[in-house]
Write a protein that binds this ligand. Structure first.
Ligand code: UDP
Length: 317
């Protein structure tokens, strides 16, 4: 294969990393994966144990990265993304986003590699504009429990811009809520919480009144978008929103999950809304549609069924 690339993925054993590496290996690329297992498990590596095109390095991107050989592309996915996980050690999250980003960009500059940065819809904070376009500057609390993630990702985008201005080919994807196989069942996010609770006949925990909204993208759609973005010919800094534009309230999501498990005796229970929890979130994906001819294809029901299958299997192991 003459267009085989050498690709580095940071955060390779995480949820999106695992799905991405599977896709890139299936396309015949060589992948070097980095992780420090902060929010993932070493066991994940067993999936790739027989892959001759996969190499793993245990490393923390907060430290300068030394990688031998050529690298064509770098996907920077390293950072916990679940609110309870990234809030556990806020300084770790902030440093991973900021120092990690700088180290990744330095490596890209040294190797002449392209970089795709996994940014986030959290750069819009609790948005005052709806749906969110990339031109919106956001509404972020700089001194709240989510700031370590939100401001870290915002500063990372600024790092990307300044290295782009120095000649590094950087692309910034703002990823909206994503779900699917290889999410850790206990990672604390809403889709995994609801599925795990429904499987265990526990009541589904609705934070606040459940009227807040999110737009859920199935991971296969997201991975397709990330790869298209990385391989777009020519410069395209973005930022580009990647997400599913169909919006649901959290109560609607709970109904969908319960409908998939009619034998479950779970009901709903209400808990306080976490501080600074965004009230609404929906991506405007016109830019990604126009530039990449990309849009999600998997609906919430189909995606939830696949996620449920995976979580059932994980919980039975
Ligand atoms: N949420 C909920 N119950 C849960 C977990 C989350 O009602 O068990 C809500 C949470 O308050 C938020 C939405 O679901 O409004 C999405 O939360 P998640 O942690 O998945 O991601 P976020 O989009 O907030 O980063």
């Amino acid at each position: 294969m003459n267009n085989r690339k050498k690709i580095l993925i940071t955060g390779v054993t995480g949820f999106i990393g695992t799905n991405l590496v599977k896709e890139l290996l299936s396309r015949g690329h060589k992948v070097v994966g980095i992780d420090n297992f902060y929010a993932s498990s070493r066991e994940r590596l067993q999936l790739f144990a027989d892959e001759e095109n996969f190499r793993f390095l245990e490393a923390d991107i907060r430290n300068p990265l030394e990688i031998e050989g050529e690298i064509d592309q770098i996907y920077n996915l390293a950072c916990p993304a679940s609110p309870p996980v990234y809030q556990k050690e806020p300084l770790y999250t902030l440093e991973t986003n900021i120092m990690g980003m700088k180290n990744v960009l330095e490596l890209a500059e040294e190797k002449g590699a392209k970089v795709l940065q996994a940014s986030t819809s959290e750069v819009y904070g609790d948005p005052k504009k709806h749906p969110q376009k990339e031109t919106y500057w956001g509404n972020v609390n700089p001194v709240g429990p989510r700031s370590c993630y939100d401001e870290g990702k915002r500063a990372a985008e600024t790092f990307c811009l300044e290295y782009f201005n120095r000649g590094v080919d950087v692309r910034v994807a703002r990823i909206f809520n994503t779900y699917g196989p290889y999410m850790s069942p206990d990672d604390g996010r809403v889709v995994t919480n609801f599925i795990t609770q429904a499987l265990n006949d526990e009541d589904l925990t609705i934070y606040g009144d459940g009227e807040q909204t999110r737009s859920f993208c199935f991971v296969d759609d997201l991975v397709r978008g990330l790869v298209k973005f990385m391989n777009y010919e020519g410069e395209l800094f973005g930022p580009l929103n990647l997400g599913n534009p169909v919006e649901y309230t959290i109560l609607e999501l709970a109904d969908k999950v319960l409908a998939l498990l009619p034998e479950s005796s779970s009901e709903l229970t209400y808990e306080p809304l976490p501080e600074d929890d965004p009230q609404k979130r929906r991506p405007d994906i016109s830019r990604a549609k126009q530039k990449l001819s990309w849009q999600p294809e998997v609906g919430l029901e189909e995606g939830l069924k696949k996620t449920l299958q995976y979580i059932k299997y994980k919980c039975s192991e």
